[in-house]
Design a protein around this ligand. Structure first.
Ligand SMILES: [Zn+2]
Length: 344
């Protein structure tokens, strides 16, 4: 494992001549030890393409009317998510067990109704005050004037069901006495499509102090394959991993080398990349507050923000693998000895 990490470390800093920088990277990678790898493997197996598919065919069905923030369809969507957590006995972090963080319509502007984030929580065993936030947005574009429904299966039904499956895996571990050392918050955000408003609201009104928020792993579209990867679909774009914490980048690489072996593509992480994805989904509201983030993304495709972004077009085996990568990263962040260091 360490040899693989070492090689990728050299690859990343290849252009950097400074020995001290190399030594620093070496020290970081030497320090990474996968926490309870056997248990990680065991609980990772509970994340299955079959269950992801079952959830997504429901969540991205016409019944939810495109889940436009504040609409009746979106309310159905958040109740679907809440009912799932209740059925799995995964609690809300709020004392009233409501699961919902209400966002008044005044916050979003005149065209919207009240809306809500959904929060589910697994409390850490040893360091419960330190929290890993795993997030995805549940809202989408609603219905057009002709009544066509934007189902948003990839955007971001894929991230929504990934969170549900990860929460189930952590819960099962906890039930068997293998609960995480740190806490994990499953944060289903609203109004991403209205300009990242749900995450802006959450970071202004956090359930746990931001200084105790260790990292944010944000998923927005991980169920499809873009045109650059038709022949090698086992990939995912990672954005932001090295921007605030060098350690986070190498943790992500290490768990991928050990478990999921996806091709991690950093093309969109380039500083002056024209699409500016680093600023375009909910993780940015965490990064803004100096919280290290990773944004997981499959790239754009012909059905992006079209009524054709439907559940039948999702590649469920790939979705499973990518979900397992996020799970393994969250597991490591929650269970390793030290809290990751912010060094940039
Ligand atoms: Zn999205």
């Amino acid at each position: 494992m360490k040899i693989l990490v070492y090689v990728s470390a050299l690859a990343l800093v290849g252009s950097c001549a400074s020995l001290s920088h190399k030594e620093k990277i070496q020290a970081i990678t030497d320090n990474i030890e996968i926490a309870q790898p056997d248990q990680l493997k065991t609980y990772s197996k509970t994340i299955t393409s079959r269950e992801l598919k079952e959830h997504l065919y429901l969540f991205a069905s016409d019944e939810f009317n495109g889940r436009k923030a504040g609409s009746q369809g979106q309310k159905k969507g958040v109740n679907f998510i809440k009912d799932y957590y209740i059925s799995k006995e995964i609690p809300s972090p709020y004392p009233d067990s409501s699961y919902f963080q209400f966002i008044p319509k005044a916050y979003l502007g005149d065209d919207y109704n009240d809306t809500e984030n959904v929060l589910a929580f697994i409390k850490g065993e040893e360091k419960p005050n330190e929290v890993i936030v795993v997030s995805a947005h549940h809202d989408h574009e609603g219905v057009d004037k002709e009544g066509n429904i934007y189902n948003g299966a990839d955007d971001d039904g894929s991230g929504t069901v990934a969170l549900m499956e990860m929460a189930e895996a952590f819960k099962e571990a906890q039930n068997n006495g293998h609960g995480p050392k740190r806490s994990i918050l499953f944060l289903h955000l609203t109004a991403e499509e209205v300009g990242l408003q749900g995450s802006r609201y959450y970071t202004e009104n956090p359930a746990f102090p931001l200084e105790n928020t260790v990292a944010n792993l944000n998923i927005d579209m991980i169920g499809r394959v873009d045109r650059y990867h038709e022949n090698n679909p086992e990939y995912v774009y990672l954005i932001g991993a090295d921007r605030l914490s060098t350690e986070l980048h190498y943790i992500s690489e290490a768990v991928n080398n050990e478990f999921t072996k996806l091709n991690l593509n950093y093309k969109y992480n380039e500083e002056n990349e024209l699409n500016r994805y680093y600023y375009r989904s909910d993780h940015y509201n965490f990064a803004k507050h100096n919280i290290p983030v990773i944004f997981y993304f499959n790239g754009e495709h012909e059905d992006y923000h079209q009524v054709t972004d439907t559940a039948d077009k999702i590649e469920y085996d790939i979705l499973e693998k990518r979900t397992k990568l996020v799970f393994a990263t969250a597991w490591q962040l929650a269970n390793q000895e030290n809290r990751i260091i912010v060094d940039k």
